[in-house]
Design a protein around this ligand. Structure first.
Ligand code: NDP
Ligand SMILES: O=CC(=O)O
Length: 362
């Protein structure tokens, strides 16, 4: 069976609350039984046939199918990514409680049916599974382990799924604190930006308790198009950092190309078109190139988070003595862009760091 699955046809079904459960179940059923040749760590939503309903194996998942006793989900962190992810869960008929540091960001979700809780602890105490989508290692650790943090509300039978992009050490720290309560832990950072989050097309890079992975797979499938189970805690975080290290360098290189083409009298719009047709074509270039040419950077992935990921990737590389000189140079460029006040712009604004007149006489 071809792996290039995902489908907006199955997605359309997912986006309809009345169809969600059938489709979630269908997605689960499809995984290894119908795709025996696929590696067991990888699952992708099917495009075509939707097989017969099969009930979920774990107890918590099974309760997601029963109206009288639905699994209670919590969501901590309602920024660019967390809001649409939580929204997709709510629209799919899940029972969701939310918390965000800035309370006003909870309002649109409350109007869709979410319950508001006043702390991460309250969310964790009242939910079976709590997802967290925080900015960086510091906020992820604080929301999980700080005062009124989620750890205080965890207990055996519950699960904590951290979908933030953090470093291996932070993920292991959070895992240790959560597991000390008897609860289960899964790290599940995502690849894919604002639009994929809105469309339920994220890629989950998970590691940790396999039974929790199995339990939450129906929810990951509502929010995403595929999921990888990578084994021990730290592997998901590391995979995410490697992917974003590549992405940050690609964007920096693309920026250099756009500016060089213009300087030598070429039309950068044509460069975008040429690149899109060749072997180095990437959706990112086609999507962001046209606005970069107009010096517009509507935020999907904030530049400050891309620089954070490069910084964390450098730490990861150092921990195993792997040289990553291109990523190191790229990180410096993003730091310059941050110093120009571009932290909250899209990461494609890194091109502005290359426009600066480093040599005013030229
Ligand atoms: N945007 C993207 O394209 C993608 C982002 N990611 C990763 O996902 C994570 C979230 O990204 P995104 O949604 O874009 O980021 P945002 O900056 O939009 O949201 C960050 C979230 O973290 C919260 N937060 C920040 N600091 C603290 C703190 N000290 N205590 C409590 N809460 C805090 C914010 O709360 P408040 O609203 O109060 O500020 C907000 O809910 C990051 O790790 C990012 O690297 C991964 C894939 C794609
Ligand atoms: O982390 C960002 C992304 O686009 O993935």
């Amino acid at each position: 069976m071809a792996i290039s699955c995902l489908s907006w046809s199955s997605k359309k079904l997912f986006s309809s609350p009345q169809n969600t459960r059938t489709c979630s179940a269908a997605a689960i059923t499809m995984s290894s039984s119908l795709c025996p040749s696929l590696p067991t760590h990888f699952y992708c939503k099917p495009i075509f046939s939707i097989p017969k309903f099969q009930s979920f194996s774990s107890q918590i998942s099974a309760s997601a199918t029963k109206d009288e006793n639905p699994t209670r989900l919590g969501f901590l962190g309602l920024g660019i990514m967390g809001s649409p992810m939580a929204q997709n869960l709510i629209k799919s008929g899940c029972d969701v409680a939310v918390w965000n540091r800035t309370k006003s960001k909870c309002d649109p979700l409350i109007s869709l049916g979410a319950k508001y809780m006043s702390s991460p602890e309250e969310v964790a105490a009242s939910c079976d599974i709590t997802f967290a989508m925080l900015a960086d290692p510091e906020s992820a650790a604080d929301v999980a382990c700080g005062r009124n943090g989620a750890v205080n509300g965890m207990s055996p039978g519950k699960g904590y799924v951290d979908v933030s992009t953090v470093d291996v050490t932070t993920s292991k720290l959070i895992c240790g604190k959560i597991k000390a309560t008897g609860a289960l832990f899964l790290e599940a950072p995502v690849s894919g930006s604002k639009k994929p989050a809105e469309d339920g097309q994220l890629i989950f890079l998970t590691a940790g308790d396999k039974s929790l992975y199995d339990t939450v797979s129906p929810y990951l499938d509502i929010m995403g198009k595929s999921r990888f189970y990578l084994g021990e805690v730290g592997n998901g975080a590391a995979m995410k950092l490697v992917v974003n290290m590549i992405m940050g360098s690609m964007m920096a290189s693309f920026s250099e190309g756009l500016l060089l083409s213009e300087k030598v009298g070429l039309d950068p719009k044509v460069l975008v078109e040429v690149v899109s047709q060749g072997a180095i074509s990437a959706p990112m270039f086609s999507m962001k190139g046209p606005s970069m040419v107009q010096s517009k950077y509507p935020t999907a992935f904030p530049l400050k988070h891309q620089q954070k990921d490069l910084r964390l990737a450098l730490g990861l590389a150092e921990s195993v003595s792997q040289p990553i000189p291109i990523a190191a140079a790229t990180n410096e460029l993003y730091k310059v862009a941050k110093s120009y006040g571009l932290s909250d712009h899209d990461f494609s604004a890194v091109i502005e760091a290359l426009k600066a007149k480093l040599h005013p006489q030229t």
